[in-house]
Design a protein around this ligand. Sequence first.
Ligand SMILES: NC(=O)c1ccc[n+]([C@@H]2O[C@H](COP(=O)([O-])OP(=O)(O)OC[C@H]3O[C@@H](n4cnc5c(N)ncnc54)[C@H](OP(=O)(O)O)[C@@H]3O)[C@@H](O)[C@H]2O)c1
Length: 253
Amino acid sequence: MKTVLITGASSGIGKETAFEYAKNNYNLVLVARRQDRLEAIKFEIENKYNVTVIVVAMDLSNSNSANELFKSISKQNLKIDVLINNAGFGQYGDFLNIDAHKDEEMLLLNMLTLTKLSRFFGSEMVKNGGGNIINIASTAAFQPVPGLATYSASKAYVMSFSEAIAYELKDKNVIVTSICPGATQSEFGNKADINKNVFRNKPTSTDLAKFIYTSMKKKRTNAIHGFMNVILAFSNRFAPRKLTTIIAAKMMK
Ligand SMILES: NC(=O)c1ccc[n+]([C@@H]2O[C@H](COP(=O)([O-])OP(=O)(O)OC[C@H]3O[C@@H](n4cnc5c(N)ncnc54)[C@H](OP(=O)(O)O)[C@@H]3O)[C@@H](O)[C@H]2O)c1
């Protein structure tokens, strides 16, 4: 039986992805800060599916957290077949006004921890003869987003980094997929203080979970969720950058 490690599994896309992989017969390692939430998800999944769930309560915005997580998994002799770097958050507001400490935590979590976990588990996957790394980027990766300047830049990093290592690792049977959700119903919008209208009638986290699983099965390198988001990402290539920045700023208001 294969094992998937999912970061940010206590709510939203990560939580629903845990259920999706359990349904598809994967054992799970679930990581986030809220241990009570993780324990409740473990209880529900183990009662519903014939899989084992390990929970790890950890703050992944510490620069050494990826090392600690990898060490703890290695100590337990667990082989991770699929790594899903999903934990992430944003903070809406003008760059000079947002909470600088929170912003630094966001940059560490969205980029550094994701990078280090990809390195640690990627190396193990190469030794084991293969595996999958799935990094959750965003449609915010395709253009600058005023009001989410550092968040959108962090997601551009995730997408570019993932595509580059996908190329490097493909001959080693490690498939790297970057997923670009558009606005999705989860706790994200509330926490980021983004206008609720942005998320009205948008896909659910369950929709995203299914998309993540099928994108992995199809060995996609970069998978954008939703037809309109695919069109927007494609048209961004031809529109002047100044214009896409103005449009993104207006869409966030
Ligand atoms: N929802 C959207 O519209 C949208 C669009 C594009 C991309 N995304 C991306 O999708 C991913 C999942 O977000 P979501 O929409 O599912 O939001 P969410 O419901 O807020 O889930 C975020 C998850 O990340 C975890 N997390 C946050 N900070 C953490 C930390 N310091 N250490 C460990 N875990 C942490 C949270 O758990 P704890 O609080 O328990 O730690 C939670 O499980 C993120 O990378 C986000 O950027 C979301």
